[in-house]
Design a protein around this ligand. Structure first.
Ligand SMILES: O=C(O)c1cc(=O)[nH]c(=O)n1[C@@H]1O[C@H](COP(=O)(O)O)[C@@H](O)[C@H]1O
Length: 232
């Protein structure tokens, strides 16, 4: 399935029926879907397959972070599932990212996009300091994005706040996937480095991951359509 929408809806639901109820109101031309740790742990590959059978591109967001061999095997398993995108943590290091990339070579043009998480959008300066990292979030994102680009991955997960900087450094082909998207009237929740959909578009992001502003809205379809309208 190929579509031009930049929107990826994060399906973070406890109950599969609630997720499928929302999905039944959506159209693959409107958005892609992200399956993360909560739903994958509860409902497994069958849940991913159910979404694909409804012609949605699926971003499998399991943020692999392990030794190179383990991560390589895990991204291969994701590719076997036929997902559109899969991610690893850039902080797993270059050797881990190269192993992940090499594991996808045999899938040719059918391989998923391979993206590395830089600094989680829930983190700010104080959270980095706690880890002994004295760089600003933007500096740390740049450092990890640089490792990711050198390893030959397709792009990074970052906040839209870093998008302009990363596009200028790594060029337009280096894909930017940005969670922490918040329409002006939405709560930030646990996110810290946030941006509105319009500002993120202007900053040049490729894909916007949006969860609770849509999934927790009284009318999720209307909330999604409102984001789409803000982007056109
Ligand atoms: O890799 C991700 O998708 C991700 C990376 C990141 O830095 N921040 C982040 O929020 N995410 C995911 O993006 C989604 C954001 O959801 P909302 O905060 O509800 O919009 C969640 O499913 C997170 O797991």
């Amino acid at each position: 399935m190929s579509c031009h929408t930049p929107i990826v809806v994060a399906l973070d639901y406890e109950k599969q029926a609630d997720a499928l109820n929302l999905v039944s109101q959506l159209d693959p031309s409107l958005c892609r879907l992200k399956v993360g740790k909560e739903m994958f742990t509860r409902f497994g590959p069958q849940f991913v397959t159910a979404l694909q059978q409804q012609h949605f591109d699926v971003f499998l967001d399991l943020k692999f972070h392990d030794i190179p061999n383990t991560v390589a095997k895990a991204v291969q398993a994701a590719a076997d599932l036929g997902v559109w995108m899969v991610n690893v943590h850039a902080s797993g290091g270059s050797r881990m990212m190269v192993a992940a990339k090499d594991a996808l070579t045999c899938f040719g043009a059918n391989r998923p996009k391979l993206i590395a998480v830089t600094v989680l959008t829930s983190m700010e300066q104080a959270d980095l300091l706690e880890l002994g990292i004295t760089l600003t979030p933007a500096e740390q994102v740049l450092r990890l994005a640089s490792l990711t680009a050198s390893a030959g991955l397709d792009g990074v997960v970052c906040s839209a706040q870093e998008a302009t900087l990363l596009k200028s450094q790594f060029g337009n082909a280096f894909q930017l996937v940005t969670p922490g998207i918040r329409p002006a009237d939405s709560a930030a929740d646990d996110q810290r480095r946030v941006m509105t959909p319009q500002a993120a578009k202007q900053a040049g992001v490729d894909y916007m991951v949006i969860g609770r502003p849509i999934t927790k809205a009284a009318d999720p379809l209307a909330a999604l359509q409102s984001v789409v309208a803000q982007l056109t």
